[in-house]
Ligand binder design. Structure first.
Ligand code: GLA
Length: 359
């Protein structure tokens, strides 16, 4: 009799914990809530995949973007030398654990090695030389990870910051001309015909920049360039974009037959600024109740728009894991602590997290 009661008790306890594993919110990770919508990614370094942070990443995310290691400067520091170590480690971790990888990025005006644009004697390379170098770079990197990287940010931030100009006056544009964009996509497609290829940029929801990006993409699509999607970086803030701006942006790009991904999501508690500057006295703020409420509402709004746009939105990636470390602690203001993510500095879900999974 005593034994039967004990067995019964054990059964009940077992059943309860099984149910709570299935239904209890704390056991589910962010990615699980979005299973039927889109993958949820995060920007990482190889180091962040080790130990507890690695386990945390596996719980909440099912896609990885190397934060820096695949950019041209870090991965191809000298003409005849590639640095694969960190990128390989990230791709291996993803393969082992069944995560997707977005490659980032193949052609950009920043974090590009100086040798790329120079001849041995220091003079500027010709258009043909630069195109050859761009093709070699893209072929080498994309082929190495063929079948392991499902999407690439091929060209990053080609639109100028000045609304009166169209394309940014980068060395790519100056030496090759506008064609560098189409060529980069063509090379990436030749290197891996199955990879989804994205144009990636920031402030994509501000109507005037949105239209310049639209113009670029429309041209590429008309020319038959293999571009499959637009990456909205999503470096947003408590102040922008509005719900309407985000909805209209997604519709606008989708009207070209393109997919849309949010590739670098964070919601800064400070207004957006472009230029780097020093911290002003009294400017550093603690994470206030007001920020918490506004940030949670903003994240909630963003994800309700993204869910509603489901067939167009094929991925959402956060730029860093938790408020313990964000690139926004250094940019645009060096040393100004920001709180832009869903998890606090101790990896605890913030109100914003519950705002994202509450649907
Ligand atoms: C841009 C780039 C990213 C990254 C951020 C800052 O958004 O696309 O790779 O450099 O700036 O971390």
């Amino acid at each position: 009799m005593k034994n039967t009661a004990l067995i019964l008790l054990l059964l009940i306890v077992g059943l309860c914990s099984f149910r709570s594993l299935q239904h209890g919110k704390p056991e589910k990770g962010l990615k699980d809530y979005y299973k039927s919508y889109f993958p949820i990614g995060v920007a990482v370094s190889a180091r962040s995949l080790q130990g507890e942070e690695g386990q945390f990443i596996l719980k909440h995310f099912n896609s990885l973007t190397p934060e820096n290691s695949m950019k041209m400067g870090p991965i191809h520091p000298e003409q005849n030398r590639y640095n694969w170590k960190e990128s390989d480690a990230i791709v291996d971790f993803a393969q082992k654990n069944g995560l997707k990888v977005r490659g980032h990025n193949l052609c950009w005006h920043e974090q590009t090695p100086n040798w790329m644009f120079k001849n041995a004697d220091g003079s500027e390379v010709s258009k043909d030389t630069l195109l050859n170098r761009l093709r070699d770079h893209i072929y080498t990197v994309v082929k190495r990870y063929k079948g392991k990287i499902y999407a690439w940010d091929v060209v990053n931030e080609a639109i100028d910051d000045n609304p009166d100009n169209f394309l940014r006056e980068s060395p790519w544009l100056k030496i090759i001309g506008e064609d560098f964009i189409a060529k980069a996509f063509q090379y990436a497609h030749e290197a891996d015909p199955d990879a989804q290829l994205f144009y990636n940029d920031y402030n994509t929801e501000r109507p005037e920049k949105r239209e310049r990006i639209f113009k670029l993409l429309q041209k590429l699509v008309k020319q038959g360039v293999p571009v499959h999607g637009v990456g909205l970086q999503g470096h947003w803030s408590l102040f922008e974009p509005s719900k309407k701006e985000l909805e209209e942006t997604i519709q606008r790009y989708a009207s070209l037959g393109l997919k849309v991904q949010i590739t670098e999501l964070d919601v800064s508690v400070y207004p957006w600024e472009k230029e780097r500057r020093k911290l002003r006295p009294g400017e550093q703020q603690a994470y206030s109740k007001d920020m918490e409420t506004k940030q949670s509402a903003k994240y909630n709004e963003i994800f309700s728009v993204l869910r509603a746009a489901k067939p167009t939105i094929t991925g959402v990636t956060f730029w860093n894991v938790s408020d313990k470390y964000s690139w926004l602690d250094f940019y645009p203001v060096q040393g100004r602590k920001n709180y832009p993510l869903l998890f606090d500095a101790n990896y605890k879900p913030k109100a914003a997290y519950w705002g994202v999974v509450d649907f």
